[in-house]
Design a protein around this ligand. Structure first.
Ligand SMILES: Nc1nc2c(ncn2[C@@H]2O[C@H](COP(=O)(O)OP(=O)(O)OP(=O)(O)O)[C@@H](O)[C@H]2O)c(=O)[nH]1
Ligand SMILES: [Mg+2]
Length: 686
């Protein structure tokens, strides 16, 4: 099979909020196009794109899934993306390799938190967009309400291109306003081809057909002229102008249907072919220099059995099997043994893939998501996929002693698949921290460690990385002296501690040598510095590292026989501890900047709760039924926020946060932490 021409390809990401029927829609499109013989379902765990056992167990998508189908002599590549906030890495990566997105909305819920988020991302990437209002068979579903919400909250350039026939459980079909025909509910079978529009719909169809034509001709002067002269425009002319408008992001057609029954797929497939640009028209902004063959890796699957599978978009080609490319990031040669097309969990080798096409290759050596591979070494800047930052961390420990390395190796593999999942050691608390975008993402990683890598691990709330600093100047002198028979020990130093202001928000440390007249010889002064640094690793208040201190070494004494580096190190450390007590030491805690998006009804409860967490409200932005609250909250108060938010908002809230700065812990809170540390230290001694 020769490579498909770029003009005959459509690359489409299916994106939207959690649970709106994206996977069901992809399933229906594959079925309608004859790629599968029966319509799989989420509830039976039988869809093509949610093939992973963890996806089936949780009945939700956890990673992006690549599928393809043929429709009217076009190859449509579909990337089904997860809607859950914890799994957005794959969604964002998918949006980087497509020209178009089908943004799926629930006919009941309309525009939700993640709808707006993927919309914004698609806008940044200048993707052509089609909306699909799904679940119109459900109770309280209302196409026109959702259409209005999309026009208000996403773009007033959204225009209906299909309409439902009937509503809720009396929904019987949809009308295609472009081709002026109807499709009747196939109840899970294949759609039976175009039917006449029911007479009873005449008025509403007329109204929306006119709105559609008005919107389309407004983007095309020539067509506008013909339209105004009263000419009847044929669907082809309208579709051509529509495609131009969609390509230039001037129009967003709104389709509709019922994915779980396969209603609306024919009209949607027609729209993807006729109304969405091909890679030849829209192309990619990813750089590949003057390479004749180039691919961009947008997804990595780390399978313990088949090894690593890398999904790519062809930037320059065609690219065939048996090709060796080079990764300019590592300068390593990478062999593309076989070029594969992917259908969910299945793949099939093909001869070659052309420009713009999406495919996969197995067993590349050292390639990560985000790499560009080229046929000869050219300096290319790999495109930056702006992945969301982790918002929460858990401390992880293996259940069995000795499994640390196995756990780390497994998590490294999972990080290859999902770059937002990070394992790192907190240098301060010594804990292994697993960070991610949501609690569920972290829990799924734990499940996968178990099933794929056979390591059982436990999650705990992490320790807060407190710090200590001083508020005023203090001085101390310490003489370390030991006389035990032969050679003794002698070190004597006087130091002054001063608060050192933060630089760019970072608290530092400075050692200033003010010795005059050589009272301590040059060779011993760094030992004093070293002793002080060691003492600063564990402050006297709560054992947290001390920062924001300038130390002046002002005086001292040495003994010509007994002095040693060791003696001066000890003297420095002791002098520091003594001065530190006098310098008004205080405890510092990390403050996070928090952004919570919740339904308007929950704002009161969420604000009240943030208040009880010592949060400080910074602002509120209502937008279409949801409000985004910005607040500064101490990290210690927000370690387990996810559960609280879920219960306050019935799962409809969403949040993200990042580190802002360190601040002094209020006295009454600090007192408790200091006492707690003392108790722990004493227990540790026993
Ligand atoms: N009544 C009805 N149910 C639907 C429809 N489409 C999907 N569902 C059901 O809604 C649930 C979620 O469907 P999914 O296809 O998993 O939704 P998704 O958007 O892929 O979910 P995530 O990938 O987890 O974000 C499943 O139980 C589906 O059977 C529909 O049009 N009507
Ligand atoms: Mg899904």
């Amino acid at each position: 099979m020769p490579a498909t021409e770029p003009t005959k390809i459509r690359n489409i990401a299916v994106a939207g909020h959690r649970g709106v029927g994206k996977t069901s829609l992809v399933e229906a499109l594959l079925f309608e196009a004859g790629k599968t013989n029966r319509l799989g379902s989420i509830d039976q765990g039988s869809t093509v794109s949610d093939w992973d056992e963890h996806e089936q167990r949780r009945a939700m998508s956890l990673s992006g899934s690549l599928c393809h189908l043929e429709w009217k002599d076009r190859k449509i590549n579909l990337v089904d993306t997860p809607g859950d906030a914890g799994f957005q890495a794959d969604t964002y990566a998918a949006l980087r390799v497509v020209e178009g997105a089908v943004v799926v909305l629930s006919g009941v819920m309309g525009v939700e938190v993640n709808t707006s988020r993927v919309w914004k991302r698609a806008e940044e990437q200048e993707l052509s967009r089609v909306l699909f209002v799904n679940m119109l068979d459900r109770e309280r579903a209302d196409f026109y309400r959702v259409l209005e919400a999309a026009r208000q909250q996403l773009s007033d350039r959204c225009v209906a291109i299909q309409l439902p026939i009937g509503s809720e459980h009396e929904l019987t079909g949809i009308v295609d306003l472009l081709h002026m025909c109807a499709y009747l509910d196939p109840a899970g079978g294949r759609e039976g081809g175009p039917q006449p529009i029911p007479d009873a719909m005449a008025d509403v169809v007329e109204e929306h057909r006119e709105k559609l034509l008005d919107a389309v001709v407004e983007t095309d002067e020539e067509l506008m002229g013909r339209y105004l002269e009263g000419e009847e425009l044929d669907p082809k002319a309208v579709a051509d102008a529509l495609k131009q408008a969609v390509t230039r992001d001037e129009l967003y057609p709104v389709a509709c249907g019922v994915a779980s029954k396969n209603l609306g797929t024919t009209a949607l497939l027609d729209l993807l072919v006729e109304g969405v640009p091909s890679p030849a028209k829209k192309g990619t902004t990813i750089e590949f220099g003057d390479a004749k063959q180039a691919v961009f890796i947008f997804k990595t699957i780390a399978d313990p059995f088949t090894g690593r599978i890398s999904c790519f978009r062809v930037l320059a080609g065609p690219v065939s099997g048996d090709t060796t490319l080079v990764d300019p990031r590592t300068h390593a040669k990478e062999r593309m043994g076989q070029v594969l097309v992917v259908q969910g969990k299945d793949s099939e080798a093909v001869e070659a893939l052309g420009i713009g096409d999406l495919g996969a290759v197995a067993k590349l050596k050292d390639v990560v998501t985000g790499d560009v591979l080229v046929d000869h070494e050219v300096a290319v800047e790999p495109p930056h996929i702006d992945f969301p930052e982790p918002v929460m961390s858990f401390a992880v420990t293996p259940k069995a002693k000795g499994d640390e390395e196995k756990m780390a190796a497994g998590l490294r593999r999972l990080h290859e698949e999902d770059p937002t999942l990070l394992l790192h050691r907190d240098p301060q608390t010594g804990e292994q921290l697993l960070s991610g975008l949501s609690q569920m993402q972290v829990e799924v990683a734990v499940d996968r460690l178990n099933t794929r890598f056979h390591v059982e691990v436990e999650l705990h709330p992490p320790r807060v990385p407190y710090k200590e600093t001083i508020r005023k100047e203090a001085r101390a002198r310490h003489r370390y002296k030991k006389q035990t028979g032969g050679r003794g020990q002698f070190g004597d130093c006087a130091i002054v501690l001063e608060p050192l202001p933060a630089e760019d928000g970072e608290l530092g440390y400075e050692f200033v040598d003010k010795i005059v007249g050589g009272v301590i010889s040059q060779g011993y002064r760094p030992a004093v510095d070293k002793g002080i640094r060691e003492a600063m690793e564990h402050g006297e208040l709560a054992g947290a590292p001390v920062q924001g201190v300038r130390v002046l070494l002002v005086d001292g004494m040495e003994h010509n026989v007994d002095s040693s580096e060791m003696a001066f190190k000890i003297a420095g450390s002791m002098a520091f501890k003594e001065a530190y007590q006098q310098a008004d030491p205080v405890l510092l805690e990390p403050i996070m900047e928090l952004e919570v998006t919740v339904p308007d009804d929950n704002v009161g409860a969420v604000n009240g709760d943030l208040n009880s967490r010592r949060g400080r409200l910074q602002g509120m932005e209502p937008a279409g039924g949801m409000t985004t609250i910005k607040a500064e909250v101490p990290m210690a108060e927000i370690l387990t926020y996810s559960q609280a938010l879920t219960s306050m908002t019935g799962g409809r809230g969403d949040y993200s946060m990042h580190f802002l700065r360190y601040e002094e812990v209020p006295t009454h809170v600090a007192q408790k932490i200091i006492e707690q540390t003392k108790r722990e230290r004493e227990e540790a001694k026993v």
